[in-house]
Design a protein around this ligand. Structure first.
Ligand SMILES: Nc1nc2c([nH]c(=O)n2[C@H]2C[C@H](O)[C@@H](COP(=O)(O)OP(=O)(O)OP(=O)(O)O)O2)c(=O)[nH]1
Length: 140
């Protein structure tokens, strides 16, 4: 019997004034996902992990103030077969511009209610983005 290994990450929801949500695609990956990633040993807390990852991936500066925990969600991991990803998800604001850095191949903004057939990781498609349809952001 094989037991799925768990990858723990912290992930971000960043929305613009029209309620669109920022997704990233990692180099070599087929699917879009929330920006974020695994904790480092010297990260102080989830928001520290998130600020570090957002800066590494997008070159932006996250604001710790106003960060809102949306929940903990799990799904099969997008880029690691046989693994489950478990994410602490926070809605945050960040000062752009949002520019794909080394490990990121693409950045896009999606409307949670209109995803069409864009390839999106299951964690985002099945849990995070539906939650945002149900609770539109301040600016929308
Ligand atoms: N960051 C992130 N990872 C996700 C999401 N959905 C999802 O299945 N994953 C998967 C992709 C990978 O299989 C796994 C770890 O994510 P990661 O590769 O972003 O983590 P990381 O930057 O810290 O990792 P590393 O490559 O630097 O070791 O979680 C998501 O929305 N955001």
């Amino acid at each position: 019997m094989s037991v799925a290994k768990t990858i723990r990450i912290v992930a971000a929801v960043i929305r613009d004034g029209q309620g669109r949500v920022l997704l990233v695609r990692k180099r070599g990956a087929a699917v879009w996902q929330q920006p974020g990633g695994k904790r480092d040993a010297d990260d102080r807390d989830d928001l520290h992990t998130l600020a570090r990852e957002l800066h590494e991936e997008l070159g932006c500066v996250m604001q710790h103030e106003g960060a809102r925990w949306l929940g903990r969600f799990s799904a099969p991991a997008a880029n690691e077969p046989g693994h489950v990803v478990e994410a602490e998800v926070y809605e945050v604001t960040a000062n752009g511009p949002f520019v794909a850095q080394a490990e990121i191949e693409g950045v896009c903004w999606v409307v949670p209610a209109m995803l069409g057939d864009l390839p999106i990781a299951r964690l985002s498609r099945e849990f995070i983005l539906p939650l945002l349809v149900a609770s539109p952001g301040n600016g929308s």
